[in-house]
Design a protein around this ligand. Structure first.
Ligand code: GAP
Length: 524
């Protein structure tokens, strides 16, 4: 299926099955703002718990906080956001569409990358088992020609961004003959800087009100509380502070569903270390974070590291963890070695000391920071996009009825069971003969442990399909025999296999399948 179609299907599925709705939909929506529905919120809460447990529960030296969205406006001067949190924007004069100039260039670079990937595919087909990818990449003339192009454009872009040279960014667009992806026009305006922070007023009267910002990242709430937490928690270096919360950015280009939103959630952890040890900790967190992702069990080849060529003003090393979304590999998480930049800036701007006294050496210093910063909504999208499948199945396996040999399709969300919104569906085979009562009895017991869903409407096959589409890992069916032998049929979402088990064993069987502990054990 074409990537575009696949993505459209995902968006439609997310809406149809109560995962994600466009914000203010009945008023025609609000661009790049989304609401999470009844299943979406459960998946989101489970991702948060998985992250929080991996940070706060599993590490004695990491604690969590929850800071306000509104902060003193001077914080954003100290952090550099008022002056430097900009994106270069460009408008197409014909289509009137607005773009991020750097992204237009990066998408252009991606075209050369795709050409290289096509060459590799051709080479693999031609040489079969004898294909040596490394050698091929170093010698194939088409690959080399495209590589030169990539390096040339990339190095011009990095230099232009570093020097804030907006004219040069436009020149790259002209030299590369980049056209508006919508209209094909090359009639561009000049490139301008655009600050991404939302402003609002604090105070009731226009005169007395002061300008404040909606935070564009949660990290600053951690930095300004560094000393509060260190002192009240008697924390010793190295230690971390974690936070999950909303962030707001007035993104120029807000397409790609929940990938780039104007209101979104971040899960950030700032790890405070002794200066000079930051590189070591940076490597440690890089490894821990990729383990966290891979433990979920999505295809490993969908993750890759991307080293930043252009470092942010505060960083001395930075990597992204990228994920292969339906529109290609894109940033999912950032791991940054932020030096002592933030704490030093807050020390300077607030006039308050933010130092750490090291009892061993008798020295005071401003700690260095290694940050891990992941978008909750992007993690959600990565899971949905890797787990939504359309499969061919025999109708008999779905309905338990007769098999006429014809195949059918089912749509299934193979979300990691520990993160699935509904863990267990409780389904009486028919709506009579005491089966609903028995099903309710079982559900009343199990609902203390798991989010369960009771469903008695339609044929059992249709009910299985509904649960597959939501991503429920276990379905149990209560039939007439259940009343005699106290056994139910439990059906596995992924294999569709069915097994008859004792009701008394259900809690353990389901817990074994959906426990978060299993994911965490893969990491720690
Ligand atoms: N404190 C560092 C920081 O905020 P970032 O790379 O700007 O770094 C971190 O953001 C993560 O937040 C990104 O990797 C991404 O997952 C998520 N994120 C950033 N902007 C976003 C947006 N507009 N919509 C959804 N997620 C976003």
């Amino acid at each position: 299926m074409a990537q575009d179609d696949q993505f459209k299907k995902l968006i439609a599925h997310a809406k149809e099955y109560g995962y994600i709705f466009q914000s203010s939909e009945i008023y025609d929506g609000l661009s790049a703002v989304y609401d999470y529905g009844q299943y979406g919120v459960e998946l989101k809460n489970n991702i948060k718990k998985y992250w929080w447990d991996a940070m706060v529960k599993m590490n004695e030296n990491i604690v969590g906080i929850d800071t306000a969205i509104f902060m003193h406006p001077e914080i954003w001067n100290a952090s550099g956001h008022t002056s430097a949190f900009n994106d270069p924007l460009i408008d197409n004069k014909d289509s009137k569409k607005r773009y991020r100039a750097d992204e237009l260039i990066e998408d252009h670079i991606q075209k050369y990358q795709s050409k290289i990937e096509k060459e590799i595919k051709k080479g693999r087909k031609k040489f079969g088992d004898d294909f040596e990818e490394k050698q091929f990449l170093e010698t194939n003339p088409n690959v080399l020609r495209n590589k030169v192009k990539i390096d040339e454009i990339q190095s011009r872009l990095v230099k232009a961004l570093e020097a804030d040279d907006l004219n040069e960014i436009k020149q790259i667009i002209i030299d590369c003959e980049i056209a508006d992806p919508v209209s094909g026009s090359k009639n561009w305006t000049d490139v301008r800087q655009f600050n991404l922070m939302f402003e609002t007023q604090l105070g009731s009267t226009a005169d007395g009100a002061s300008k404040i910002y909606l935070r564009p990242e949660t990290a600053q709430g951690i930095f300004v509380n560094y000393l509060n937490v260190q002192k009240t928690g008697r924390m010793k270096l190295p230690f971390g502070i974690a936070q999950i919360g909303k962030a707001f950015r007035n993104e120029i280009v807000a397409r790609q569903f929940i990938f780039r939103m104007r209101e979104f959630e971040q899960m950030e952890m700032q790890f405070f270390v002794k200066p000079g040890t930051e590189k070591e900790w940076f490597e440690y967190w890089k490894e821990m974070r990729i383990k966290w992702h891979k433990a979920m069990g999505l295809p490993e080849e969908k993750y890759r590291f991307h080293k930043h060529d252009k470092l942010a003003h505060y960083a001395n090393a930075a990597y992204d963890i990228e994920f292969e979304f339906p529109f290609g590999f894109k940033e999912l998480e950032g791991i940054h070695s932020r030096t002592d930049f933030d704490l030093s800036q807050h020390q300077k701007f607030s006039g308050k000391k933010l130092q750490y006294f090291d009892h061993e050496s008798g020295e005071s210093f401003v700690p260095y920071v290694v940050e891990t910063s992941i978008g909750l909504d992007r993690t959600f999208l990565s899971i949905l996009s890797a787990c939504l499948k359309e499969e061919e199945v025999k109708p008999a396996r779905l309905a338990g009825g007769k098999d006429n040999g014809e195949t059918d399709t089912r749509v299934v969300l193979q979300i990691p069971p520990a993160l699935a919104p509904i863990k267990l569906a409780v389904l009486p085979l028919v709506k009579k003969d005491g089966l609903p009562e028995k099903a309710r009895e079982i559900m009343d017991e199990l609902k203390f442990d798991f989010i369960c869903q009771y469903d008695e409407k339609d044929s059992i096959g249709r009910r299985y399909r509904r649960q597959d589409a939501i991503g429920t890992p276990c379905c149990i069916t209560i039939d007439h025999k259940t009343l005699e032998d106290n056994k139910v049929t439990i059906r596995n979402r992924d294999t569709m296999e069915q097994e008859r088990v004792q009701i008394s064993e259900l809690a353990k069987i389901v817990d074994d399948k959906v426990s978060m502990k299993k994911l965490l054990k893969k990491i720690f």
